[in-house]
Design a protein. Structure first.
Length: 538
C-alpha cells in the first residue's frame, strides 16, 4: 500500500468522519494458501479465486499458482516465475501473464510470457516480450491486441502484442514509468500515465497516447496518481465507456483524493466529504494502490490500512456524479490485527461487495504499515461489506420504527391509486411493446441501457416498465436485457463466423469484454468460445 500523508488536524478529521457512516465488516477465513506469497497477481476467474507467482519466504520468486475450489487451494505449476508481473484478461477469457523480477530479492527483469486457461487450469508459453520487464502493466485492446508498458530499475517503452505475430516495439515512453495506468480513451486509442518512475522517482505527469503525441493535463499538476507497482491493469477500472476512476495524492499537502478520467480529460471526483486520513482510533490511514470498481453496483472501494492493524474500505457511490452531484462515502472496517498480516495490495473485489485478501507480509514489531518482503504469509480471508455490524439496540429500534412508518406510508399511497399499479403490473400490452422495442429496434444493443431509456422510448414511466417485466416476464430488468444480448451474440456468432468475440460482445451491447464473457457464461453455462466449439464454429 502507498501512503498519502495529510496536513489535516485531528479536529478537522473528526468533523468529516462524523458525517461518514462507519460499519464493521464480518471476516470469513479461508484455508491458508499452499504457498506464502506477496507481489503476486490475484483474480476471480471462472468464479474461482486465483493467485499467480509472486515471491515466497526468503524473497525467492515462486513459479506456482493456486486456485480455490471446493473449500481448498489447488497448486499449479507455471512455466515461468512472475514476481511483479503484468496481467491481462484476453478476449477468450484466458489470462496473459508476463515478466517480473528475474532473481531473488526483487532484482532484475524477465521477458517470459504465458497464457493461463481458467477452465482447464493449464498454462501455455507464449513468445517473449520485446523488452525484459518487471512491474509493468497491460491492457486489452478491442481487436485482441494487448498494450504493454512500464518497468522497474530498467528502461521503459511501449510495446504491443498482436495474436499470431507476437510483441513489437510501438514507441518510446515520454516518461519512464512503473506500473502505469493504461486506459482505452476511444475506439482506436489509449493513454498511459503514472505517478512513479522506473526507479521510484516522482514524475511530472506527462500522458502518453498509443496513437498521437504525449500531452499534459493541469489536473496532474495538482495530483499524483498512486503507484501501481504492486498491481496490474487486468481489472476493470471503468465506470463507463472510456471513463475511469483512480486514487491520487495532492502534490501540495499529500491528502488523498479520487480522479476521474473521461477519454483524455482528467478531473477531480466530487465527494460529499473528503476521503478520511485517519482510522476510527485516530491512527493514520495508508491507502492501497488502486480503487476496486464494482460497475454493476455503480460503486467503488478505496482500500486502506492503519498502523494498529485495522483494514478499511471506503465505498464511493459515484453514480450521482454523472448528474452533477457529489458521491456519498461509507466507511467499512475490520480488525485483522490478530492475523499479524499486512495484506498484499492485489485485492480482489467479488460480487456483493466482498473483498478477498490473499497473501501479504508479516507485520513485524506491530507496525502494520511496513511489510517485510522476506516474510510473506499464506493468509486468505474475505471481508463482507454487505453485513453491517455492531448495531446498537437503540439503532435497531430506530430502524424498525422507520420501517413501520415507511410501510404505513406505502400502504396509503398504494390505496390511492390501486388501478394504476394493477394496470402496470398486469399489462400484457405494455410487455408486448417492450418486446417489440427490443426485437425490432434492438435497443438492448445500447451500452448502459436503463429502464428510463425504455420508458422514454415508449412514452411511459420506469415503474410501469419494471413492474411489467417483473410480473409478465418473471425477471429483473438487467436479467431481461442480458438475455436479449446473449441471444443476439449467439446469432452473430452463427452468422459471422470470422468476427472476433470482442466485436461480437461490443455489437450486442455489452459494456466490455469481461462483462460479455461473465454474463454469457452465467446465462448459458458456457463461455462464448466454448459455445462456438459446441456449435462447430471455427
Amino acid at each position: 500500500m502507498v501512503a498519502c500523508s495529510s496536513g489535516k488536524t485531528g479536529e478537522q478529521y473528526s468533523t468529516s468522519i462524523g458525517n461518514i457512516s462507519a460499519y464493521k465488516m464480518s471476516i470469513e477465513h479461508l484455508p491458508a494458501l499452499n504457498t506464502a506469497r506477496t507481489s503476486h497477481r490475484a483474480m476471480l476467474l471462472n468464479d474461482e479465486l486465483t493467485v499467480f507467482g509472486g515471491h515466497t519466504e526468503g524473497f525467492v520468486p515462486t513459479s506456482t499458482a493456486e486456485y480455490f475450489r471446493d473449500g481448498a487451494w489447488h497448486t499449479m505449476q507455471m512455466t515461468y516465475t512472475h514476481d511483479g508481473a503484468m496481467a491481462a484478461i484476453l478476449e477468450d477469457g484466458t489470462v496473459m501473464l508476463g515478466g517480473g523480477c528475474s532473481e531473488s530479492f526483487g532484482i532484475g527483469q524477465s521477458w517470459g510470457v504465458e497464457r493461463y486457461d481458467p477452465f482447464s487450469h493449464s498454462f501455455i508459453p507464449l513468445c517473449i516480450m520485446d523488452r525484459k520487464r518487471a512491474f509493468s502493466s497491460a491492457a486489452l485492446l478491442p481487436d485482441g491486441q494487448v498494450l504493454v508498458s512500464g518497468n522497474w530499475y530498467a528502461d521503459d517503452d511501449i510495446e504491443i502484442w498482436t495474436p499470431g505475430k507476437g510483441f513489437t516495439h510501438l514507441k518510446s515512453a515520454a516518461e519512464p514509468r512503473t506500473g502505469p495506468y493504461i486506459f482505452r480513451s476511444g475506439p482506436d486509442n489509449a493513454i498511459i500515465f503514472s505517478g512513479v518512475g522506473n526507479r521510484g522517482q516522482n514524475l511530472e505527469g506527462i500522458v502518453d497516447r498509443m496513437n498521437g503525441e504525449p500531452f499534459r493535463d493541469s489536473v496532474l499538476d495538482k495530483w499524483v496518481p498512486l503507484s501501481q507497482q504492486a498491481s496490474s491493469s487486468y481489472s476493470n477500472d471503468a465506470i463507463g465507456e472510456y471513463a475511469y476512476l483512480l486514487l491520487a495524492c495532492s502534490r501540495e499537502d499529500g491528502h488523498p483524493g479520487i480522479l476521474k478520467v473521461s477519454g483524455e480529460s482528467f478531473s477531480e471526483l466530487e465527494t460529499e466529504f473528503p476521503l478520511p486520513t485517519e482510522g476510527l482510533m485516530g491512527a493514520k490511514l495508508q491507502y492501497a494502490n488502486r480503487l476496486l470498481v464494482d460497475r454493476p453496483a455503480r460503486q467503488a472501494y478505496a482500500p486502506a490500512m492503519d498502523s494498529t492493524g485495522v483494514f478499511y474500505a471506503v465505498r464511493i457511490d459515484y453514480d450521482p456524479t454523472f448528474e452533477g452531484g457529489k458521491a456519498p462515502l461509507t466507511l467499512f472496517y475490520a480488525d485483522i490485527s490478530e492475523e499479524k498480516t499486512i495484506p498484499d495490495p492485489n485485492l480482489v473485489l467479488m460480487p456483493g461487495g466482498r473483498i478477498a485478501l490473499l497473501g501479504g507480509t508479516i507485520a513485524e514489531g506491530g507496525n502494520f504499515l511496513a511489510g517485510n518482503n522476506f516474510a510473506p504469509v499464506a493468509t486468505a480471508m474475505i471481508l463482507h461489506t454487505g453485513e453491517l455490524a455492531e448495531v446498537t439496540r437503540g439503532r435497531v429500534l430506530m430502524i424498525l420504527l422507520i420501517g413501520m412508518l415507511v410501510a404505513v406510508a406505502l400502504f396509503f399511497i398504494l390505496r390511492k391509486k390501486p388501478e394504476e399499479v394493477t394496470q402496470a403490473q398486469a399489462s400484457p400490452a405494455l410487455m408486448a411493446r417492450i418486446i417489440a422495442l427490443m426485437e425490432n429496434e434492438k435497443i438492448f444493443t445500447k451500452k448502459g441501457l436503463t429502464k428510463t431509456d425504455v420508458a422514454v422510448a415508449l412514452g411511459t414511466n420506469v415503474t410501469y416498465v419494471s413492474a411489467a417485466i417483473n410480473t409478465q416476464h418473471g425477471c429483473t430488468f438487467p436479467e431481461f436485457v442480458a438475455d436479449y444480448r446473449v441471444r443476439y451474440a449467439q446469432k452473430l456468432m452463427l452468422e459471422r463466423k470470422g468476427v472476433r468475440l470482442s466485436d461480437i460482445g461490443d455489437e450486442a451491447g455489452f459494456a466490455n469484454e469481461q462483462t460479455f464473457f461473465r454474463t454469457f457464461k452465467a446465462r448459458t453455462g458456457l463461455t462464448p468460445q466454448e459455445w462456438k466449439n459446441h456449435q462447430g464454429i471455427t
